[in-house]
Design a protein around this ligand. Sequence first.
Ligand code: FES
Length: 151
Amino acid sequence: MGNSRRQVVQSLLVGGVGVAAGQTSSLARQTKPADVTVGGVEVFKKEFDSISFVYEGVNSLAVRIPAPREVNERMLELDKKIFLTAFTLTCMHQGCETNALNSDHVLVCPCHDSIYDADGTVIQGPTKKSLQALKLELRDGKLHAVGRVST
Ligand code: FES
């Protein structure tokens, strides 16, 4: 192998490693949950006020819920006993999108009538799982969805 040909081969090998390394760090970035700005908290003036947003390509909802008996990881408590929750609208039965919160403050799936409470917990099947909760954070007066709450 001539000197210039060897240099070309070495360059290709080094470039290949660079691409592979780049792909690895790209994959690592993809596993980090999205940080999505939901909106200003001033929207949540009363119970069941909500904001629709998209989290990682999925239609989602943030809702002010009534004061719960106990706070859990599905909720964010703000000052003055304001409790917020957020979840994706993908039904946990077979993946249809639930309808919006209705006047009874529940979400009904149009496909097979699963019903979820305003905090995304399942009330009636066929599904047995609550809607995928999203972790909320408050930064600079804005609400952010920063990941999925594992169940
Ligand atoms: S997909 Fe929602 S109840 Fe079946």
